[in-house]
Write a new protein. Structure first.
Length: 97
């Protein structure tokens, strides 16, 4: 018997509409999105229910607390150090010649 974190056979977190009851669903329509590993699921019948489904996490979205300053700082540091090291290397090559 495989491990199940909840009592019973169905984990409520694996059900797309885990908090909502959909009255008399007639059809389920799925569509891909431009985001990686994300789909839209629409169920309609007496009710209409639309949700975004991801397997575990959203991979191509940044958190609200993402440190943009550190990212820009690292890029600027890498560009400046690349230019400086190429200048230093060419200067050393000229001194040897």
């Amino acid at each position: 018997v495989p491990y199940s974190p909840s009592l019973g056979a169905i984990n409520p977190l694996t059900i797309v509409s885990h908090r909502h009851h959909i009255a008399r669903p007639r059809k389920v329509v799925c569509a891909p999105t431009m985001l990686e590993s994300t789909s839209l699921v629409l169920t309609y019948g007496l009710d209409v229910f639309l949700t975004r489904v991801t397997p575990a996490r959203e991979f191509d979205r940044l958190n609200e607390d993402f440190n943009y300053v550190a990212l820009v700082g690292a890029i600027v540091f890498l560009v400046v150090s690349t230019i400086a090291s190429s200048w230093y290397s060419s200067r050393k090559d000229l001194e040897k010649a």
